[in-house]
Structures are given as structure tokens and as C-alpha cells.
Design a protein around this ligand. Structure first.
Ligand code: NDP
Length: 289
């Protein structure tokens, strides 16, 4: 069997197009949504992410604000910016790009963001609301994975889902979302015994591990849906060149799975699209629309 490829790039483009229509209608009512991104330091990957986020924010017609701060910015100075953004009525979403420099306490910064503007969904208030089934802003990457799964499978109720990885930004919120869809959810991690057997029980596999091509084809139940969150840069075929691979061994897994996301072009593009989606959601909730 050859798996259907789940085209996250196309899905994300379609989502952005829908958001652009919604943003235009909000803007016409004098309610243009606004997203602020704060970057501390010069981390090259973070700079690329922030540039892409700002470009896509403008592309869908939202207001985009960027704060680029030097690496030696004090925690107090950063907190002051976050508090000013909390108080700014034209800003609906605040994202502080992680990782932050070591002298800044990430949790303090995340907890200073107004939960109603926490479009990354990392504030404990939103994490708690997700866990208790209340209306929350949900972490963008797992939200994107869920959208792809529901688009592919329709109802997920009763399916066995195995999430490999238990990070706060991907694994745990992914598991909560799948539980809310009435999946039977297993969360696997580095201490899980016989991981291949656990993964083999899954109708849905979400791999968020950070280990290149770890999940092999013979771990996959025939016909299962495989969502590969991993983004790993590895040496390419030509000397000095690199390439991106996921946490799933695409060549072997795509021969067994029913559907699978590629890397790149699967989950990756969904993350920013969901950030924009969360900003529109936050704008409508905050403004009572
Ligand atoms: P973390 O490093 O925070 O978490 C990795 C998780 O994988 C941990 O729970 C860890 O277990 C588990 N793990 C590590 N090794 C193994 C193993 N050998 N067997 C089973 N489980 C293992 O990573 P993130 O969740 O932040 O990211 C995961 C991947 O997703 C990365 O490749 C990252 O680049 C990518 N990513 C992609 C995004 C996108 O936009 N597409 C966004 C965010 C992340 P334990 O807790 O026991 O240590």
C-alpha cells in the first residue's frame, strides 16, 4: 500500500485565504486584528520564524508589530514591553519567540502575557482550560495537526492515538486535543517500554520527538494515519549540503500507512497558519464579535 500524502502546505494556504476574508470583514468594521511578535537576541532560526510570521500576518491583512530586542535585554525591560502590549487595544495576539536568553525566566514571561492574547497557548490559564474542556487558545502546532487529522478522517472518536513526545508545546496539548475528540490516547516518551509495539497499536500516530527518522515503517499499523511533527536538519547526499527530515522514516512508513504528512510541507506550514487563526479567534473573543 502507498499512503496518501497529507498536503499541509495546501491546507495552510487555504486556511490563510479563509482568514484573509474574515480579517477583511473585521477591518471593514474598524476591528482589524493585530499580532505582536517579540524577539530577544539573534538566534538565526528564530529570526527566520519571526520574519515569516510577520510576512504572513501582513499577507492576511492583519496589523503586524515586531519588537526586536538585543540579547542583553533585561527581564524587566522585556516584561515592560509585554505589559504595554497587554494594554494596547489594537493588539489581539502576543507571541514571545522562544528560546529566550538564559538570563530571562521563560515561565515568568509567558505568565505575564494576558491569557486572552496568548496566541501561542502557553499560559498556564490556557493550558488548564484546554485540559478541563473550556474555551482556550491552543498551542499552534498541535492545533494544526488536529486540523489535518479531522480533514483527513472526519470523526476521530474511538480511534487509538499514540502521541510520541510529551513536551508542553506539542506532545501534551496534542494528547489533550485528541482526548477531547474522544480518541483513546497513549502518550509515549523516552522511558516508554517497547515503543514499536505501542506505536503499532495506533490508528493515529503523532511523532513529536526530535529524533531524525526514528519511527520506522514496521512500527506502523497498516492503514494508520501518521502525523510527523519533527523538523530535523541532517547531512544531505552531497558533501556540505543538509536536508530536512521528520521524526518518521518517510520511505518505509509511507509504504504501510494509510495517510502521512511529509517533511517539509506537512505540519510545518500549519503552525504559522494556526497562529494567525488563533489571533483572529482572540480578536473576536476580546472584542465580543
Ligand atoms: P522536546 O525535545 O521538547 O520533546 C521531545 C519529546 O520526545 C520528549 O517528551 C522526549 O521524552 C521524547 N523522546 C526523546 N527521545 C525519545 C525516544 N528515543 N523515544 C521516545 N520518546 C523520545 O521537543 P518538541 O516537542 O519541542 O519538538 C519535537 C519535534 O517537533 C522536534 O523535531 C521539533 O523540531 C519539532 N517541532 C516542529 C514544529 C513545527 O512547526 N512543525 C513546532 C515545534 C516542534 P522525555 O520527555 O522522556 O525526555
Amino acid at each position: 500500500m502507498t499512503a496518501t500524502i497529507i498536503d499541509g502546505k495546501a491546507f495552510a494556504a487555504n486556511l490563510r485565504a479563509q482568514l484573509a476574508v474574515e480579517v477583511a470583514s473585521l477591518t471593514a468594521k474598524g476591528q482589524q486584528p493585530g499580532l505582536a511578535v517579540v524577539l530577544v537576541g539573534e538566534d538565526p532560526a528564530s529570526q527566520v520564524y519571526v520574519r515569516n510570521k510577520a510576512a504572513q500576518t501582513l499577507e492576511v491583512g492583519m496589523k503586524s508589530v515586531e519588537h526586536k530586542l538585543p540579547a542583553d535585554t533585561t527581564q524587566d525591560a522585556l516584561l515592560k514591553i509585554v505589559k504595554d502590549l497587554n494594554a494596547d487595544p489594537s493588539i489581539d495576539g502576543i507571541l514571545v519567540q522562544l528560546p529566550l536568553p538564559a538570563h530571562i525566566d521563560t515561565q515568568t514571561v509567558l505568565e505575564t502575557i494576558d491569557p486572552a492574547k496568548d496566541v501561542d497557548g502557553f499560559h498556564p490559564m490556557n493550558v488548564g482550560k484546554l485540559a478541563t474542556g473550556l474555551e482556550a487558545l491552543v498551542s499552534c502546532t498541535p492545533l494544526g495537526c488536529l486540523m489535518l487529522l479531522k480533514d483527513k478522517l472526519g470523526s476521530l472518536a474511538g480511534l487509538n492515538a499514540v502521541v510520541v513526545g510529551r513536551s508542553n508545546i506539542v506532545g501534551k496539548p496534542m494528547a489533550q486535543l485528541l482526548l477531547a475528540e474522544s480518541c483513546t490516547v497513549t502518550i509515549a516518551h523516552s522511558r516508554t517500554k517497547d515503543l514499536p509495539a505501542v506505536v503499532r497499536s495506533a490508528d493515529i500516530v503523532v511523532a513529536a520527538v526530535g529524533r531524525p527518522e526514528m519511527v520506522k515503517g514496521d512500527w506502523i499499523k497498516p492503514g494508520a494515519t501518521v502525523i510527523d511533527v519533527g523538523i530535523n536538519r541532517v547531512p544531505g547526499k552531497e558533501p556540505g549540503k543538509t536536508k530536512l527530515v521528520g521524526d518518521v522514516d518517510f520511505a518505509t512508513a509511507s509504504a504501510v500507512a494509510g495517510a502521512i504528512t511529509p517533511v517539509p510541507g506537512g505540519v510545518g506550514p500549519m503552525t504559522i497558519a494556526c497562529l494567525l487563526h488563533n489571533t483572529v479567534t482572540a480578536a473576536k473573543r476580546r472584542r465580543g464579535i
